[in-house]
Design a protein around this ligand. Structure first.
Ligand SMILES: [Mg+2]
Length: 432
């Protein structure tokens, strides 16, 4: 992403009560399609997710309102059933990562990132009793049956980036830090969880593309433009719920803070950036080189897969109950929503554990459960060559041990400390 071409002009307005959303659906000319296996994967993934008593009560209700199966069916419209099922399992699990992690394993010393990354790297030897680890191994063993080595590597590498970035996000949140726009954009491209989903485009469509092609500047730019559109539009759509919780990992408060503009000006600004991302995608499509007939055929499918994500996620955002409750279709038409009242400190966690009744506004906040992380650190006790990251109540550490087979970062170690200001709770999962 380049620096924005223009800055929003500071405007002083009275406290807003409504948000006007940009019309991104009209700006997108890609055809919306839906995979014919949507119903089947929704049913089977539900069975998989709820197995062994996972997610009870209102968390199960929130599953239905999320409509992950619809998102996956619209973003991977041509995938065959086995691949679509794996993608849906993964996406659903990623949305629920915080809920699936809260029991962890019996020792309480391994973090979610440890479990997931070790399960991906060592699916046949990593011994775990944690359900998030077992679920990771389960979908991964099915995925590797047909995924190309390159797609597997890109998936693991970008999942690693995902965990690194959400760790940074947790630190920012705990410190009440609102990053500058450039830093935020860089971090957001990983916290979005989009990059592993791009590797799944390869998997879902049985592509086998060499690294030098996937690493071509035009293809990278296409992936980045898609990531930007999906995540920035999500920041607009999810802003209302997030601001009510005081969550600042969102481009709207970042822009407000950086340029000193009011809320609506920031939404308009981010909306323009979203439209520019779609324009960028279209321009990059015309710059694609040729690698010969077979590679070109596969590249066309991959690029089409990115376009499916643009149009599929935009429409899904109004179908899911995650952002606008049951009023999504109305919001899609009117492009106007009432600003939610801010919650008091500590209200979020209390509600997530004990919600007796729900107002219409409360309804679509129920998927925002938080986790209470383990208070112990795994790092000093982890075996060599094992990825380890931990978040505790008093410190955050992120370590890579020498020899860990991470393609881009084989040996480094960083650590930082923070004091959480919200009772020691952090969100983990797709930041959307
Ligand atoms: Mg969001």
């Amino acid at each position: 992403m380049c620096a924005p071409a223009h800055r929003p002009r500071p405007l002083k307005r009275s406290q807003p009560t409504k948000l006007i959303l940009p019309d991104l659906v009209s700006h997108c000319s890609f055809k919306l399609r839906c995979n014919r296996h949507k119903k089947a994967i929704t049913k089977e993934t539900k069975r998989w997710l709820f197995k062994d008593g996972n997610l009870l009560g209102q968390k199960r209700e929130a599953y239905h309102g999320l409509k992950a199966g619809l998102l996956v069916a619209q973003c991977y419209p041509d995938a065959a059933y086995p691949q679509l099922r794996v993608v849906n399992d993964f996406m659903t699990y990623l949305f629920h990562l915080d809920n699936l992690s809260d029991l962890m394993d019996n020792t309480g010393t391994r973090t979610t990132a440890d479990e997931v990354l070790n399960s991906l790297h060592y699916p046949h030897t990593w011994n775990t009793s944690a359900r998030v680890g077992k679920m990771t191994r389960d979908f991964w063993k099915r995925l590797v049956l047909t995924a190309s080595p390159g797609a597997q590597q890109r998936f693991i590498e970008t999942m690693d980036f995902f965990f690194q970035s959400v760790t940074q996000q947790a630190s920012d949140r705990a410190n009440g830090v609102i990053p500058d726009l450039e830093s935020y954009i860089s971090l957001r491209r990983d916290t979005s969880g989009c990059k592993p989903c791009w590797a799944l485009i390869e998997y879902a469509n049985n592509l086998d593309l060499p690294e030098e092609v996937m690493d071509h500047p035009v293809l990278r730019s296409l992936g980045e433009a898609t990531n930007d559109l999906v995540t920035w539009s999500n920041d607009i759509f999810s802003y209302n719920v997030e601001q009510s919780k005081g969550d600042t990992h969102n481009m709207i408060p970042v822009v407000m803070n950086q340029y000193g503009v009011d809320l609506q000006s920031a939404i308009d600004f981010v909306g323009d950036l979203c439209k520019q991302s779609i324009d960028r995608f279209n321009e990059e499509c015309s710059r694609l080189p040729s690698w010969g007939p077979e590679i070109d055929r596969q590249v066309a499918i991959y690029v089409d897969g990115l376009a499916n994500w643009i149009v599929g996620s935009l429409h899904w955002s109004f179908e899911t109950e995650r952002y606008f409750g049951k009023f999504g279709m109305e919001v899609k038409e009117k492009l106007s929503v009432d600003l939610l009242a801010k919650r008091k400190a500590g209200q979020s966690q209390q509600k997530s554990k004990c919600r007796q009744s729900q107002s219409p506004q409360d309804h679509y906040t129920q998927s925002y459960d938080t986790i209470q992380t383990s208070s112990s650190s795994a790092s000093p006790h982890s075996p060599p060559n094992i990825y380890s990251t931990s978040i505790s109540h008093s410190s955050l550490s992120l370590s890579f041990y020498s020899g860990y087979p991470c393609p881009s970062q084989t040996s480094q170690s960083t650590s930082t400390c923070f004091q959480p200001n919200d009772g020691g709770t952090y969100s983990l999962g797709l930041v959307v």
